[in-house]
Design a binder for this molecule. Structure first.
Ligand code: EPZ
Length: 419
């Protein structure tokens, strides 16, 4: 078993470079199934979710050449099966994008129910509603999803809930459909724009991504034959911004799009931190104990749920009592029990948690319940006095590239140890 051992407290200082966005990359990889040919993807994060996705695509018949650890050339001209490997697809959430992509490309798919972080109920009714409105037949049975369609036909689709996954999935299924699809009440996250940009580069006709109405004019074929670079990871950038504040450090975070970070920048300034926005890099520093705050997570451009645990560490150490209201997931406060083991004073009731700020956190053995909880514990361990041992690293490795190396380069005393 592996664990991370962090010795603190260390104010994080120096420069860190942000990798490609996990949640864009895990949609762009299945989107290559829409191409009857070859394309190159660059700036892929080197994380386990990407490696698993590449293996799934290879099992479907795609040919992948790794140009380096962040770039692949993929040939999807010969897709030989419509059955995705169940053991792999149930390992993570984004396997559901194969439904939209394969319905478009092959008119059929059998895939395991998606896995991923356990954050409470994660229904996919809006995905299914979209596929059915486009003309597909979808059955969910014995842990598997079967979807079938002769020829999908574009139509208006109103999303009852703002959903990242459903917006992308329906977009994937509409790209090769006959006629026009209009997704109303669409999600607006940067990775939705990135997936649309990728598809348009390959020959699709998608307009309005990044607004709440996306119009997709179906095309006959995606020609591919192009190179696309994945957008920088907004959540990884936000993780380091909050790490700078929690440890009272000074970080220059490079290769990010600061426009995507506005809700985090605003909160950091509100609690007394400092931010210098350079467009493609951002400097964050903090010299005093942060002030209390009230946070409500919301779909983009609101404060992201995927930075809620990392912000929870900052507020655990703030002056006064803070409140976080989690409006997206039912169960995203599991990390608070771990922070309490480190001396935090947090009470969580349902979707609201109260953080009575303490002056110091202390090292303790802690368990990562999900990906962002894991990142929060790395920040907490760096800010805390003494030694913190973090277990369940498979969650962190799914979504953060070389987390310990990146933290070590900015001063953290962190080691991966095999027990
Ligand atoms: C994506 O999950 C991300 N995952 C999540 O990141 C992120 O927390 C979430 O968006 C919100 O930003 C990926 O992109 C792979 P949703 P997704 O559909 O698409 C409800 C991380 O740490 N809903 O936007 O699954 C749902 O229950 C991960 O990187 C329905 O009711 O999220 C939730 O309350 C964790 N029916 C809300 O909508 C549906 O059909 C938003 O979910 C779909 C969703």
């Amino acid at each position: 078993m592996e664990k991370l051992v962090v010795k603190g407290p260390t104010p994080l200082k120096g420069e860190v470079t942000i990798s490609g966005a996990k949640n864009a990359a895990v949609a762009i990889l299945p989107a290559t199934l829409l191409i009857d040919g070859v394309c190159t993807i660059e700036n892929l994060p080197n994380i386990s979710d990407i490696k698993i996705y590449c293996t799934i695509l290879e099992k479907l018949g795609a040919k992948i050449t790794w140009n380096n650890e962040h770039s692949i050339t993929i040939d999807t001209s010969n897709i030989t099966t419509t059955k995705a490997p169940l053991d792999l697809t149930s390992k993570f959430r984004a396997s559901y994008y194969m439904i939209g992509a394969m319905l478009s490309r092959k008119g059929e798919i059998e895939v395991g129910m998606p896995g991923g972080c356990k954050l409470g109920a994660r229904p996919i009714d809006q995905h299914i509603k979209g596929f059915e409105l486009l003309g597909a037949n979808v059955t969910v049975e014995k842990g598997k999803i079967y979807a079938k369609a002769k020829k999908l036909k574009g139509c208006p689709i109103y999303m009852d809930i703002v959903s990242v996954g459903a917006t992308i999935n329906v977009m994937l299924s509409a790209v090769l459909a006959k006629g026009t699809t209009i997704i109303d009440n669409a999600a607006k996250e940067p990775h939705i724009v990135d997936v649309a940009n990728f598809l348009n580069t390959m020959g699709a006709d998608i307009r309005g991504a990044g607004t709440d109405v996306i119009k997709i004019n179906g095309v006959e074929k995606l020609k591919g034959n192009a190179t696309y670079s994945v957008v920088p990871d907004q959540i990884e950038a936000g993780t380091f911004m909050l790490a700078a504040v929690a440890t009272r450090g000074d970080l220059l975070i490079k290769n990010c799009i600061t426009k995507h970070l506005e809700s985090i920048t605003a909160k950091i300034i509100e609690i007394g931190g400092n931010v210098e926005d350079n467009g493609d890099s951002i400097r964050v520093w903090c010299t005093k104990r942060p002030n209390r705050a009230t946070i409500k997570t919301l779909p983009y451009p609101g404060f992201p749920t995927d930075l809620q645990p990392q912000m929870g560490v900052v507020l655990s150490l703030a002056n006064g009592t803070s409140t976080i209201n989690e409006s997206i997931w039912d169960s995203r406060f599991q990390y608070t029990e771990e922070l309490n083991k480190m001396g935090a004073k947090i009470t969580a009731h349902g979707k609201t948690a109260f953080f009575e700020g303490v002056k110091k956190l202390y090292g303790a053995p802690v368990y990562s319940s999900d990906l962002r909880a894991g990142a929060a514990l790395v920040i907490a361990g760096t800010a805390a006095e003494g030694e913190t041992e973090i277990y369940n690293l498979e969650h962190i490795d799914r979504g953060y590239e070389n987390i310990e190396e990146k933290f070590r380069k900015i001063g953290a005393k962190i080691e991966r140890v095999t027990e």
